[in-house]
Design a protein around this ligand. Structure first.
Ligand SMILES: *[C@@H]1O[C@H](CO)[C@@H](O)[C@H](O)[C@H]1NC(C)=O
Ligand SMILES: *[C@@H]1O[C@H](CO)[C@@H](O)[C@H](O)[C@H]1NC(C)=O
Length: 186
C-alpha cells in the first residue's frame, strides 16, 4: 500500500510541478501585448451628479452619522450610482456612472472618504472602469483624489482626479461636481 502510494507520488510529482501554477513568475511584456503599446496619458472631463433628493435619488444614505458632530455628519455612509455626464446638465450626454460609496471621516471638518468605480459607457471605453480612492474635503475649492487602477482599457491605470463643485444646493444637498481625470493607461 505504502509502496503504491510512493510510486504514485513519484509519478505525479513531475506532473504537478510542470502543470501546476507556481505562485509567481516573471512575465515578458509581449505576453500581454504591452510591448507594442505606448503608455498613453489621457484627460477625461465630465460632471458627477450626487442626486440625494426627489423621487429617484442616485445617492442614498445607508449608514447614519454617529451624532458626534452633527455639522460634519461623522460616520455617514452613502451608496451611490451617480450619473457622469458630458455637460453640467443632468440630461446632457451620459458617459458613465460612478458606482461606490462615500463616508464622512472627520469630526471637525466635512471630509469624505470616496471609493468609486467610474463605469464608462462612452465609445471605445464602454465597459472599461477607472477606480478612485481618495480624500475629499468637499468645501475646498479644488480637491484631488488618486486613480488607483482600472479595468479593460484602463488596465495598469494610475493618475489623479481634480474636482471642483460646480453647483450645490444647501437645501436639497444635491451637488454637481466637475471631474478632470488625468490617467496613464495603455
Ligand atoms: C464640529 O464641526 C465643525 C465644522 O463643521 C467644527 O468647527 C467644530 O469644531 C466641530 N466640533 C467638534 C466638537 O469637534
Ligand atoms: C455599451 O456596451 C453594452 C454592452 O456591451 C451595450 O449594451 C451598450 O449599448 C453600449 N453602450 C454604448 C453607449 O455604446
Amino acid at each position: 500500500m505504502f509502496t503504491q502510494f510512493l510510486i504514485l507520488l513519484l509519478f505525479c510529482t513531475p506532473f504537478i510541478t510542470t502543470s501546476g501554477h507556481s505562485f509567481v513568475r516573471r512575465l515578458d511584456r509581449k505576453m500581454l501585448g504591452l510591448d507594442q503599446k505606448q503608455e498613453k496619458l489621457s484627460h477625461f472631463r465630465f460632471y458627477w451628479h450626487d442626486v440625494v433628493s426627489g423621487p429617484n435619488p442616485s445617492s442614498m444614505q445607508v449608514v447614519s452619522p454617529t451624532g458626534l458632530n452633527s455639522s460634519t455628519a461623522f460616520g455617514l455612509v452613502n451608496m451611490i450610482e451617480n450619473p457622469l455626464t458630458l455637460e453640467p446638465q443632468l440630461n446632457s450626454k451620459l458617459v458613465g456612472k460612478a458606482q461606490g460609496f462615500y463616508a464622512s471621516t472627520s469630526k471637525t471638518e466635512v471630509t469624505l472618504l470616496m471609493a468609486m468605480n467610474f463605469a464608462i459607457t462612452e465609445g471605445k471605453y464602454n465597459g472599461s472602469t477607472i477606480t478612485i480612492l481618495g480624500r475629499n474635503p468637499v468645501f475646498n475649492k479644488e480637491r484631488e483624489m488618486p486613480v488607483i487602477g482600472g479595468s479593460g482599457l484602463f488596465r495598469f491605470a494610475r493618475g489623479y482626479a481634480k474636482l471642483r463643485t460646480h453647483w450645490f444646493s444647501p437645501t436639497t444637498k444635491d451637488a454637481i461636481v466637475e471631474y478632470n481625470v488625468f490617467v496613464f493607461h495603455y
